[in-house]
Design a protein around this ligand. Structure first.
Ligand SMILES: C[S@@+](CC[C@H](N)C(=O)[O-])C[C@H]1O[C@@H](n2cnc3c(N)ncnc32)[C@H](O)[C@@H]1O
Length: 356
């Protein structure tokens, strides 16, 4: 049979193992180009699709390049394993959605809006139990209660991710206020008890030591306080580290790959005032996790959505994003950031959501 040289949008999306919405977005970002028929329909040449595939594979593993070479068989296999949407649309919890983004106003401990084994990557930062004034969450639990809460939501997340799903968990290294605690070690231990496998830990150096107020015994060995002005991103996975599902398209550049696989990340935190949330992380954090650990078109969940930074990173990178927050005002904040910073089309999606 003669090989096709020109593809419709639907055919090109199928060929790449991604949704048509993603292909439109990629075109807008200049990642792939099309021509138009006299009737205004897009057409993608095989040459352009192959060019995109080649450019998106710009990382060549030095030790064994052939392992990473795409073959027709791999593309077909990727299409065959491409799964259904991660979410349920028929639920009261749905606050807002576009064709690739879903926001749920729900308690992550109780929600049943997310399908089991449907998520490729979770990127999140849970409440740290540091007396942050959230609207709907009490951030002053006893440490034991905090660890029980952690066990509950981690158990939920374990159900949601696929067998080759990954999990980037942004948490503090330790806690100094109200008694020293090894937060990172304790949460990692709980995650492993639930079934998660440990992969690595990234140190995020926020480059902000001005927050420091406690020194303990100043200039004395009596009881000094040692504080590392960093947070961590613990990288876990469900069963298999090697990704076998999804589009197999990576969009990370060589420079990003080289820089980000060095596990000390240096970039500034986000301003609470600018964003309007008491504890946001910068979009740069989920953006790096997404590009490093997921394929184009993958589904990404943030169970503690806050101001929606993870969903903005999903928009920027052509991933499907699902976010959950217990507080309606934060869901509203996320929606408004998607409309402004993310520049999604308000009119189009207000109609789709039915004015919620
Ligand atoms: C540390 S903030 C997340 C900030 C987010 N990464 C950002 O960039 O804005 C934690 C969020 O978890 C939400 N939250 C707390 N308990 C929750 C629960 N049980 N289910 C869903 N969301 C919850 C809070 O309302 C808060 O917005």
């Amino acid at each position: 049979m003669e090989e096709k040289t020109v593809y419709t949008t639907k055919e090109a999306a199928k060929y790449l193992g991604i949704s048509t919405a993603t292909i439109y977005r990629m075109e807008k970002q200049g990642l792939i180009s099309s021509t138009k028929t006299p009737g205004g329909q897009r057409r993608f040449s095989r040459e352009n699709i192959e060019k995109y595939l080649k450019e998106s594979q710009n990382f060549e593993a030095p030790q064994n390049p052939s392992r990473f070479k795409k073959t027709d068989f791999m593309i077909r296999e990727a299409e065959a394993t491409y799964v259904a949407k991660p979410i349920a649309l028929q639920t009261d919890e749905l606050f807002f959605h576009t064709d690739s983004i879903w926001i749920y106003n729900a308690d992550i401990l109780k929600t049943n809006s997310i399908n089991e084994n449907s998520i490729d990557l979770i990127v999140t930062s849970p409440p740290y139990n540091l007396d942050i004034k959230y609207n709907s969450h009490d951030d002053t639990m006893s440490y034991d209660d905090y660890l029980s809460f952690t066990r509950e939501w981690l158990t939920q997340c374990y159900k949601f991710i696929k067998d080759d799903g990954r999990f980037c968990l942004n948490i503090p290294l330790d806690k100094n206020k109200g008694g020293q605690q090894s937060v990172c070690a304790d949460i990692t231990t709980i995650a492993k008890q639930i079934g998660f496998k440990y992969h690595s830990t990234i140190i995020w150096n926020e480059q902000n030591i001005s927050r420091r107020t406690a020194w303990g015994s100043w200039l004395s060995a009596t009881a000094p306080y040692v504080i590392a002005p960093v947070e961590v991103i613990v990288v876990l996975y469900k069963k298999e580290w090697k990704k076998t599902s999804g589009s197999r398209k990576s969009d990370i550049t060589k420079k990003e790959f080289m820089e980000w696989t060095n596990g000390v990340w240096n970039f500034s935190g986000e301003s609470k005032k600018r964003v309007g949330h008491p504890a946001p992380f910068p979009v740069e954090l989920p953006r790096r996790c997404i590009k490093l650990f997921s394929f184009v078109g993958d589904s990404v969940l943030d169970p503690f959505l806050g101001s929606g930074s993870t969903l903005l990173a999903c928009l920027q990178t052509g991933r499907e994003g699902v976010g959950v927050d217990i507080d309606k005002k934060y869901c509203e904040l996320t929606k408004s950031r998607l409309l402004t910073e993310g520049q999604i089309n308000q009119l189009k999606f207000d109609v789709a959501v039915g004015g919620k």
